[in-house]
Every structure is written in C-alpha cells, then in structure tokens.
Ligand binder design. Structure first.
Ligand code: G3P
Length: 215
C-alpha cells in the first residue's frame, strides 16, 4: 500500500518525507487555503520535497476551463496529478486528459457508480471520501470494498486512493481490502507507528539494562 500525506503544509511534508516512507502528497483547495500561501510556488516547493505523485486540484467546474487549468497544473512538474471533481464536465475532462497522458485523481467520490464512471473515463486515481461518509452515518469502508471489487472484476487500471482518512483503523481496514493508496493527515501517519506497549517495553528494557551497568 502506498502512503500519501493529505496536506499542503511543507513542514509536515518534510518531516514525513524524512521517514523514507512517503510515496506522495494530496492537496485540495481547503488545505491550500489553510496555509495562506500562493498556490503555484507552494506546489513547486512540495514537488521539490517529495519525488512521487503530487495531487493539485482544479477549481473550475466547466469542461473547457477544467482542461485549461489541468494542462497548466500538469505543466508545472512531471509528478503533478490533476485532481478533478466527480461531475459530468469533470469526467469528460478526465477522458480528454487521459488521452493526452495527463494523470488525474478524481475526487469527491461517494458512490460505487461514480467510481465506475471515473475508471471508464481513464482516471489514474479515484478518491472515495470515507470519513465524510462516516460523518453522515454511512459506512465509508463499505464503499472501498465495493470499488475494489468492481475494479478487480473488470481489471480497471484506476488506483483506489482512500481519502478523508480520520484515524489509523481506516488505514488498516483499507489495507485489508487491498486499496492501492491511503492519503492521510500527518497525525494519522504518526498514530500508525505508536503503541503504548512499545513505549513501556522500551522503558523497561532500558531500566533493566541500567541495573546491569551498576553491578
Ligand atoms: O483530500 C481530500 C480529503 O482527504 C479530505 O478529507 O478530512 O476534509 O474529509 P476531509
């Protein structure tokens, strides 16, 4: 499973990248707005830190404008993946861009039928938002299972990128289902590492070792 960081914060990206376990980054307009920085220079900086797919989202919702924005974003760096919302004009743009060899991440996916349409359009990634489904009492993970099954049934090349991840269990469940990628906030990446028994185990080992030194 590939790990992407779901943030536009360069400090977090640098720290995660230093672990050597970071495969890519996903951003969205809300995450970029949180940083209060100009989009393009921020994107270039992220591309200079991580050598993997970096998702940058269009804000247009009309076919021709989406295409223009997507081409401009893709021209910034070879690792840019253009994030496009799952609407009719968006899918049409994904089809055109995929024919041009531009990588796409179809975002705001909340149903298996939407995921099927994105795969047919030739999306590189589909981003089902599981946390937001959980928030409204729907089972986000059930959607991942459905998409993984549908894609396997037909051998679609579109990768399932689990998004709107809120806690480490989401990552583990997505891995059990065979999702290709999980994008997560920095906090969740750190939570994946920690276990209280590991910490107390280290403390005990070190304390016991100290008693040996004093003999
Ligand atoms: O990047 C898209 C997605 O991961 C957003 O997550 O927490 O705003 O639902 P969230």
């Amino acid at each position: 499973m590939k790990f992407f960081l779901d943030t536009a914060n360069v400090q977090e990206i640098r720290e995660a990248a230093s672990l050597g376990l970071l495969d890519g980054v996903t951003t969205n307009p809300s995450l970029v707005a949180k940083e209060g920085r100009e989009f393009i220079p921020l994107l270039k900086e992220i591309c200079s830190i991580v050598s993997g797919p970096i998702s940058a989202e269009v804000i247009s919702t009309q076919y021709s404008e989406i295409l223009q924005e997507a081409r401009e974003l893709a021209a910034i760096h070879q690792n840019i993946v253009v994030k496009i919302p799952l609407i009719k004009d968006g899918l049409k743009a994904v089809k055109t861009l995929s024919n041009e060899g531009i990588k796409t991440n179809v975002t705001l996916c909340f149903s298996p039928s939407q995921a099927l349409m994105a795969a047919k359009a030739g999306a590189t990634y589909i981003s089902p938002f599981i946390g937001r489904l959980d928030d409204i009492s729907h089972d986000g993970m059930k959607l991942i299972k459905q998409i993984v099954t549908i894609y396997r049934n037909y051998g679609f090349a579109t990768q399932v990128l689990v998004a709107s991840v809120r806690h480490p269990i989401h990552v583990v469940q997505a891995a059990l289902l065979g999702a290709d990628v999980c994008t997560m906030p920095f906090k969740v990446l750190e939570q994946l590492i920690h276990h209280p028994l590991t910490n107390s185990g280290i403390e005990r080992f070190l304390a016991d070792w100290k008693t040996l030194q004093s003999k």
